[in-house]
Design a binder for this molecule. Structure first.
Ligand SMILES: C[S@@+](CC[C@H](N)C(=O)[O-])C[C@H]1O[C@@H](n2cnc3c(N)ncnc32)[C@H](O)[C@@H]1O
Length: 234
């Protein structure tokens, strides 16, 4: 199910029944007023929804978002939160210290073809981070160990995942669209086959598409699709 709306309005009506939450929030990298001249094919992400006026405003947004989302998790549920260095330390602090969640893993997505640093003042930021956390209770979070091993030739899967960026054949025009394989892997690792997944900031709708294709009998992606359509080509 795809719900078009602001997650803060839409989610209040939903109970704590989610097995998995995939939260891919604004990282706070839009509209930075950064004056750099890149090559012709380079364009800076400049989305209004991806801009915060201050670190405090950004922090309050994550606090509000994550506290709301955690209240929607089942006892055995877990949450993945995406980020880069722009936001991930705030996210980690809020999850661990303020919301008292158990951090299960910190996953690094290593993008082999990440774009070079146009400012030439720093290293290429070639990774994104995904914090995986669960409620700090006595209930074991769901984890498909066999599936995880199947992703690494039968051996335990590590927390550094290397791939190319989202391939052009999948892109539908959203500036931060995640690759299908990545969302598919998260869902298979942490959501039972009859479980319910919530993606509160679905963007182009990747999670919803993958839920529909991964044999999940029930799924639910509450979302505001503010750009593009939820049509994917895989
Ligand atoms: C990083 S993108 C998500 C990309 C998505 N994972 C994909 O693969 O396409 C973040 C999205 O959150 C949306 N968003 C920001 N604030 C929101 C809110 N309050 N409610 C719903 N969506 C929101 C933005 O419009 C944007 O599309």
């Amino acid at each position: 199910m795809l719900i078009l709306g602001d997650m803060f309005e839409v989610l209040d009506k939903h109970s704590n029944s989610y097995d998995l939450i995939i939260c891919d929030p604004p990282y706070g990298i839009g509209d930075t007023k950064l004056e750099v001249k890149g090559p012709k094919h380079w364009s800076k992400s400049n989305e209004k929804w991806d801009f915060f006026y201050s670190v405090n405003e950004q922090y309050e947004f994550y606090q509000k978002t994550l506290s709301l989302l955690i209240s929607k998790l089942k006892d055995s549920g877990s949450i993945f939160v995406f980020g880069s260095f722009h936001n991930i330390y705030q996210v980690g602090y809020i999850l661990q210290k303020q919301l008292n969640l158990k951090i299960i893993n910190s996953i690094v997505w290593n993008k082999k073809n990440a774009f070079y640093n146009v400012t030439r003042t720093a290293l290429i930021e070639g990774t994104e981070h995904i914090i995986w956390a669960a409620l700090n209770n006595k209930v074991q979070h769901y984890f498909d160990y066999e599936y995880a091993c199947s992703q690494n030739n039968g051996k335990q899967l590590r927390n550094v995942w290397t791939s190319l960026k989202t391939p052009p054949g999948e892109l539908i025009g959203h500036p931060h669209q995640k690759p299908a394989w990545l969302i598919h892997r998260l869902i298979r690792l942490a959501c039972p086959s009859s479980g319910v997944v919530l993606d509160p900031m679905a963007g182009s709708g990747t999670t919803e598409i993958i839920c529909g294709r991964s044999g999940r009998k029930r799924y639910n992606a509450a979302a505001a699709v503010r750009r593009g359509t939820a049509r994917h080509r895989f």
